[in-house]
Structures are given as C-alpha cells and as structure tokens.
Ligand binder design. Structure first.
Ligand SMILES: [Ca+2]
Ligand SMILES: [Ca+2]
Length: 291
C-alpha cells in the first residue's frame, strides 16, 4: 500500500496532465502515472420524448489490468458496488452509473481462477456531476501462493500465482533481502522455484510485484510466510523419537541419552531444533506423552 500511496502522490503531481476534455470526460490514472488515451465519448442519449436536454448522466469508469477472466469486486465507500469478470486478455473495464457527483473512496480487488485474492487497491476520487470520470491504469497486484510452506534448507519452495499475462514478476524474499525475477506466461500464470540453500533456518516472507510494458507497475501482492528447517528436520516425528507411533518411556530414554548435547547425532532428539537437547524438549515430550 505504501507504493500505491506514492503513486497516488505522483498522480497529484502529474495532475496537470489529466485531460478535461470538451466532451465532459475526465481521466484519472491509478496505479501508474501513465495516462491512457480516452476513448471517444459516447453519443449523447436521445432526449426523452423528443426535444429538451437529455438527462445528466454521472458515471465512473474503471479500466485496467487483472488476470484472464479474473473475478473483480469494486467497493464504493466500503460497500460492494459491482462484481464482474475481466476479459480473457486480462484487461477489464467497468462502468458505474447512477451515482451522484461527490468524493468517493473506491476499492478494487481481484480473485484469480484458483480463488486466490489480490491485495485491495483503495483510492479517493472526486466524481463530478454530469461527467464521466475515467479511472484508468489500474494494475491489480499478482496473486501469490507458496508450496510447501515448510522445507528443509536446500529444498525448493515453489512461489506462484497469477498476474496480467506476459508481465515481469519480481519476487521479494525477506528477512534476507533476495529479489528474483520471473516472467508470466500467456495465461498470466507465474512461478518461481526458490532455492532455499542461501536462506537461514528461520521464518521467511515472500511477496511479488508485477511490471508491464514501459514502467507500469502493480502494487505488492499479499505477503506469505514460509519456514526453513534444518536438513533432516522433516524426517523427525516430533517427540516420537523411535517412530513407533507412541510417545513413551522408550522415547524418554533416547532423549536422556542425548541430554545436554548440542547438535546431537540424532537430530530428532532436539525436538524443537533450537540446537540443544534440554528441558524444553522434555516438556514437549511430556505434552505429547501417550504412555
Ligand atoms: Ca515412540
Ligand atoms: Ca531443543
């Protein structure tokens, strides 16, 4: 959201570029500072009953990039104002009519074909009475998923999701700053097989951002966490140190054998993988005790 705020500020900086055409149409670009050309204005509605001025129509038009056939939701002041699907190209356009002039807080998010959600973009727009306000350049953030969410160091974590087709996707991994890049396919799917060898044994986070064309940039995706475990850790079965399905005196005797050892040769004896076999491992064992 921070990046998005900066972009909104940029929009204000670039506000002289907004076109206030003679055809009562106003264009606002959201998500990037690219001002898209406005389509020709629709012909004026035929006057009812012939003669007299037509009704004053106030409209907001939302236009931008999501994923092929993404399911989009627009909120107006926190309430659902429209739901619709993006085109197969990933582009979308939605017109909200029947709204009064005024300042609105609009939000928009997308759900991809797997039900994963983008982050929600929110922006405040002044809709002028009797005009069509076009909010263009909306670039919905990528969706993101991790699999598996815990691995032994050295095993890959697949990071994937959906985005506007053919976008470049930058993946940011923290707490160690690692930035990887991948390219989305024609269907908008993107994937990165992250090599976890350089990562510390700890919890890490991943998020993604998309770039398209010349400088169009989405906001960040949701941030997801994953856990890097010591190699061999996933082989262990918690407090069941001899893998017989029970936690009992046999496991306790194994624990005692390695008691006080740092990095024990039986890595499973260090049940919580904190580097030492001690009272904490014992209390975990008591918790899972089956007798
Ligand atoms: Ca056992
Ligand atoms: Ca321990």
């Amino acid at each position: 959201m921070k990046g998005f705020s900066i972009l909104l500020i940029l929009i204000f900086i670039f506000s002289p570029l907004f076109t206030f055409s003679q055809q009562q149409q106003r264009d606002i670009s959201v998500g990037t500072v690219i001002i898209e050309p406005s389509p020709p204005p629709p012909p004026p509605p035929p006057p009812p009953g012939g003669g007299g001025p037509g009704p004053i129509v106030t409209k907001a038009v939302f236009r931008g990039k999501a994923y092929p056939l993404a399911f989009l939701t627009i909120l107006k002041n926190g309430e659902v104002a429209a739901t619709f699907f993006a085109k197969e190209t990933g582009l979308f356009e939605k017109e909200l009519s029947g709204i009064a002039g005024g300042t609105y807080n609009f939000s928009i998010w997308a759900e991809d074909k797997e039900g994963r959600k983008s982050v929600t973009l929110s922006f405040t727009v002044s809709v002028l009475s009797g005009m069509t306000t076009v909010i263009s350049g909306i670039f919905i953030s990528p969706t993101i998923e991790l699999s598996p969410v815990q691995v032994e160091r050295g095993d890959p974590v697949n990071i994937f999701g959906q985005v506007f087709p053919e976008s470049q996707v930058d993946i940011f991994v923290s707490s160690q700053e690692i930035v990887k890049e991948t390219q989305a396919g024609p269907g908008g799917e993107w994937e990165l097989k992250l090599d976890t060898t350089p990562l510390e044994i700890a919890e890490h986070y991943a998020k993604a951002r998309a770039l398209y064309g010349e400088g169009e940039q989405s906001s960040f995706s949701q941030t997801l966490s994953f856990l890097i475990l010591k190699p061999g850790a996933l082989v262990c079965k918690g407090a069941d140190l001899n893998f017989d399905g029970r936690v009992n005196i046999v496991d306790f005797s194994i624990l005692l054998y390695f008691w006080g050892q740092k990095t024990p040769s039986n890595i499973c004896a260090d049940i919580n993988f904190d580097g030492i076999v001690n009272i904490i491992d014992f209390s975990i064992m008591m918790y899972y005790w089956t007798g």
